[in-house]
Design a protein around this ligand. Structure first.
Ligand code: DGP
Length: 114
């Protein structure tokens, strides 16, 4: 997608602080961190939102979850805890129309979320 900022990051046309990469998945630090650890995991392939995931993406989604486990360990938040968050659509505040998972940790979070 030509006008998608996360596609540009995946294509290395825009720089990002990358913490993990494999053939299908890229993870990089959020530009506006909401916690000491705030990493975004994206599929390299353009999927606009969580609701656009299809059956054929199941291996890709598993790869994102496996990457999240590794990143949580690498960031030392795996034992104390972390959140993996997807904002889908307007009410959830999704700002970038390329599927992304926020991995947040390094502080305590309240519930219910704001
Ligand atoms: P969301 O509201 O779930 O769509 O979150 C989008 C996140 O993406 C937001 O926390 C800020 C982050 N973000 C937006 N543009 C960039 C960028 O160019 N680089 C990086 N590293 N993060 C970005």
């Amino acid at each position: 997608m030509d006008d998608c900022i996360f596609c540009k990051i995946a294509d290395k046309k825009i720089s990002a602080n990358v913490v993990y990469e494999d053939g299908e998945v890229l993870a990089f630090r959020d530009i506006n961190p909401q916690a000491p650890v705030h990493i975004l995991l994206i599929p390299k392939k353009h999927i606009p939102s969580f609701m656009d995931i299809v059956e054929a993406d199941k291996g890709l989604i598993a790869a994102i979850y496996k990457a999240a486990q590794k990143i949580a360990g690498d960031a030392s938040v795996d034992k104390k805890g972390f959140r993996l968050v997807v904002n889908n659509g307007q009410d959830a505040g999704q700002a970038v129309a390329h599927l992304h998972f926020h991995l947040l940790g390094g502080r305590k979070f309240s519930w219910p979320p704001g």
